[in-house]
Design a protein around this ligand. Sequence first.
Ligand SMILES: [Zn+2]
Length: 388
Amino acid sequence: MDAIKEFFRDQAQYLRKEVWEVARQIGEHPELGYKEYFASEVLCSYLQKHGFEVKRGIAGVETAFLARFPGTGPGPRVAYLAEYDALPGVGHGCGHNLIGAASAGAAVILSKSLELTGEILVIGSPAEETSGAKVTLVEEGIFKDVDAAIMFHPGSQNVPVISSLALDALEFTFHGRAAHSVAATNFGINALDAVINFFVGINALKKQLSQDMKVNGIITEGGTAPNIIPERAVARFYIRAKKRKDLDELREQVIRCAEGAATMVSAKMTWQKFEFSYDEMHTNLALAACFTKNLQEMGIHQIASPQTAMGSVDMGNVSRAVPAIHPYLTLGTGTEIPHTRDFAQAALSSDGESLVMLAMLTLALTGWDVVSDKKLLQQMKQEFLSMK
Ligand SMILES: [Zn+2]
């Protein structure tokens, strides 16, 4: 390992305690998406303490932030993505406290080098679990002139190359006519019946879909009292597919199902998106190979082959705007299931601390390669352009 990387390794050791303190504080103080006031403040003040210029509240999102540290000369711009939202009921069951801390830690490590050129950014991106703010941050041009977008996510395996499913969040409202359930049945139009028809139709549709297409729904409104024919019923769905193009087609099929279900009982149907749409994740393979090489230099050799995460991430939208990676690294023994209290506990344990250390150093070394290795940068750009 060359001298500069040894220097970063020493910095990581030196920063270990305080970065873990950031992760621990956020972990013990879980906040839901767009309410992460405590977490974003912890990260912002940590970065400010290390000389970053910090803008709190960007792109109209209060708990988003942009921290920047300029190098000593012109060069590439590397953005580390910080996530820090929790889940209802299970706290940091997705380990986002570790993501925020590792990204901030990586950026601080790099900022200590007098040889740093270009610019290091930390982009605080709220609400990954719901209507992810990265969608807004991309739309508002926060990633303009960014050469690489980098983060890690705790998981059950080390997986540098992932793809994820594109996602639409659809809400269907069925409009009927209220009437007495017994005395005036011929006057009423039962919106709940339309929803039930809809679910029956969706179950039939599901049998025709390929395995990587997912349709999952719940009924959020189904009437107010058994003696009133429901005049309004609402269902919410997440639909997913491997590619945005296929998802656009699936969405049309699901809408046709809803229309048919309404028609069967002479109800009306309207629909809208109730959260942001996510695109599928395109891992930049050149950047991921660099991350893998650095992971191996850290002594990690159990590395899984590329995988499609059976979920959706708002990093997908970032990956369509700039070269990006979203690698998973093993938390603890890899046996805890994400989105559980056990996972949240592991993310607050010594396993969480070890993972933050590994992640922040690997992220820092990867960022360093991006700013210092022109060939790598060129490969990343070429790959990104051919993907587009
Ligand atoms: Zn997550």
